[in-house]
Design a protein around this ligand. Sequence first.
Ligand code: NAP
Length: 223
Amino acid sequence: MKTILITGAGSGLGAELAKRWAKEGHRMVIVGRTKEKLTSVCQHIEKENATCLSYQCDITNPDDLAQLTKKLKEDDLNIDLLVNNAGIGTFGSLEELTISDIHHVIDTNVKGTIFTTQAFLPILKERNGRIMNIISTAGLKGKKHETVYVASKYAVRGFTESLWKELEGTGVNATAVYMGGMDTPFWSHSNHISDPTRLKSASEKARQIIEEDKGQKEIFIDR
Ligand SMILES: NC(=O)c1ccc[n+]([C@@H]2O[C@H](COP(=O)([O-])OP(=O)(O)OC[C@H]3O[C@@H](n4cnc5c(N)ncnc54)[C@H](OP(=O)(O)O)[C@@H]3O)[C@@H](O)[C@H]2O)c1
């Protein structure tokens, strides 16, 4: 049994990964900003007699992350796998995006992933743990009306590839995960995709990711 922490696991892919890994007997630690969403995912997992703990934390705030790692220590929870999944999108032509939209995407997807990884590295090093960064096919190729989102995912790709080199010999490794569109609340604030219900379910993508995961450096679900 491993202890797996997933950021942004109150909905979408994070929630589905948590449910599936819990079914395989792993202990889940789920993180997000909205308590009700996290509680509902944990209730689902606990109904199946698995363990789920939830913690409210905004990954863009290093003080929140410091509080989180402190609480985990107090609760005697070591983490074997950190899944950096929390992410948001903003879509439209570059000229249409507001400065605040741009900050929000970069703060969450890029700085949030970096701050979380930095906060957890000492814990992961104690356990020869692992980092899994949920990227997107947006980290593999440019897309129209996705400039800032794509830029954020390329940044996470570069961050992950640099971790491979920097963490050599530490016992900690990192995996980059690339997949295409999923029908999740991610799309609820945009008309960029006319019918998100035509996309694959997060449950199916979670199944594919877990099936493909052998601890390798890259997982390509879609290209
Ligand atoms: N949906 C797609 O088509 C698609 C395709 C490829 C890749 N992805 C990537 O997959 C990941 C998961 O997305 P999803 O589709 O599952 O979307 P989602 O359902 O909206 O899940 C994202 C989660 O992140 C949390 N979150 C956002 N900002 C946060 C913050 N500052 N601190 C902590 N948690 C935060 C949100 O919860 P709170 O608001 O409660 O914090 C939400 O539960 C993202 O990295 C996304 O870029 C999505």
